[in-house]
Structures are given as C-alpha cells and as structure tokens.
Design a binder for this molecule. Sequence first.
Ligand code: ADP
Ligand code: MG
Length: 251
Amino acid sequence: MSDAPTVSLEGIHKFFGTVHALRGVDLTIAKGEVCVAIGPSGSGKSTLLRCINQIEEISAGRVRINGELQGYAERNGRLHELAPGRIDKQRRLTGMVFQRFNLFPHKTALQNVTEGPTQVRRIPRAKAIERGRELLDRVGLAGLADRYPNQLSGGQQQRVAIARALAMDPEVMLFDEPTSALDPELVGEVLDVIKDLARSGMTMMLVTHEIGFAREVGDHLVFMDHGVIVEEGVPKDMLESPKNPRTKAFL
Ligand code: ADP
Ligand code: MG
C-alpha cells in the first residue's frame, strides 16, 4: 500500500451525545503534504484531529493511515475491531501537538522526549537519549535538555512537545492550534519549527488561526463549518477568491 495517501478519511461522523460534531468529513492528505484546517470555533477542527489520532472513537466512517484502516484489523477478508492495546500501537502513526503543551512537569525536556520511545517503543535507553538530543537540537533546544518545563518559556515547552511527538517516528504530525496559548513574541519560534518540518517533507495536518502562516506553509487548505468541510483547495486561491459564502464571511 505504499502508494496509498498518508491520511484518508471517508464519511467521518462524530456524535457527543446529541451533538453532531462531525457530519460526514471526507479528506485525503498525500504523503509529504501540509494540510491546514481553518474555521470558526466549534466547527469540529479539534474533533477531527482527535478522530484521526483515535483519542476519540468515530461514530461512523473510515480513517486510514497509509492505507491501514484505523481501529480494525483485517483477517480472512473480514474486519475485526482492535483491542485497546493494538489501537495504542496504531495511534503511534500520528504525533499530536496540542494548544497546551501537556509536558510531564516532573521530567526534564530530555526525559519528556525519551519517555515514549523507552516505555512504549522499547527502544534502548542510550539510543533513545541520543535521538532525543538530536530532536531537541532540531527544535533549537540543544542547551536546555536538562531543564524542567517550569524553567522553560511557553515557546520552548511547545518545541519540547513537538520533539516528543517526533520521537515516536509518526507518519503524520497533527497540530491543534499550536501557538494559540503562547505570548505573541513566542509564536514565531514555534512556527519556524513547523515550517522546517514542512520543508523536510513531513506529512502534517495543522489547525491554526494564523492565516498568513496557513498560506505560507500549507499545500492544501480546508475550511470547516458546522462539522463539514465547506471548501478546500490551494491556500492562495482559496484565500484570495473563496467560492463559498461561508468561507468568504469567515475570512
Ligand atoms: P473546534 O476545534 O473547531 O473549535 P471542536 O471540535 O472542539 O471545534 O468542537 C466541535 C463541536 O463538538 C462543538 O459543538 C463542541 O462543543 C462539541 N464537542 C467537542 N468535544 C466535545 C466533548 N468531549 N463532549 C461534548 N461535546 C464536545
Ligand atoms: Mg479546537
């Protein structure tokens, strides 16, 4: 399935009780593509990322990563729901970065980055530390590996969170408003790391309010409203001449 898109969503629905948060979302993200989602608050952007990552169970539809159906295994031509342990394994295909960095407060930057690889992926400690240092270097934090989260700025903490997600070697990185909790002067350093990842060919889906950034880094822009993708296309075209009146009103 090497020619399968990295992410393929078909008819995704999500209910929270009676709230119909996603109402039939279809989306394809090719390998190496940066997909940016914009849209008003409550339109379902976070829920969509959480469904791709399987933090949330979808109510209907299909999520595939590299052609592999998430939540299921195929045996003898039939689909079987996966046990939670196997779902955890699939979840590692997606690295998630949240608005709030959610670092382990009692662990250093380096320990935050090596925790997953050693505990979950069973990578030998020395190897995980070597790779963790490389990743902290990559996000510009080489000298701060031994600091605890409360000794780091918000921008530095978010960069540790990005390094931590990368340490699991995901197929796709999902970012949910990664700069909205930051002081304005710290936004740039996090966006620079994301830009660098985009240039390196990482497949990504990014929810953001930074329209200029969406235009700069996105290959593919989707506008969500009321649980559906209302319009999608090349960022420049869509931002300059949105076709849908709801997109137009939002921009
Ligand atoms: P966005 O990220 O675009 O602001 P969300 O995905 O957070 O939107 O929310 C979409 C809709 O789903 C909203 O109506 C929100 O209130 C609802 N929702 C999201 N998470 C939950 C939850 N855990 N329980 C109940 N409703 C939720
Ligand atoms: Mg959200």
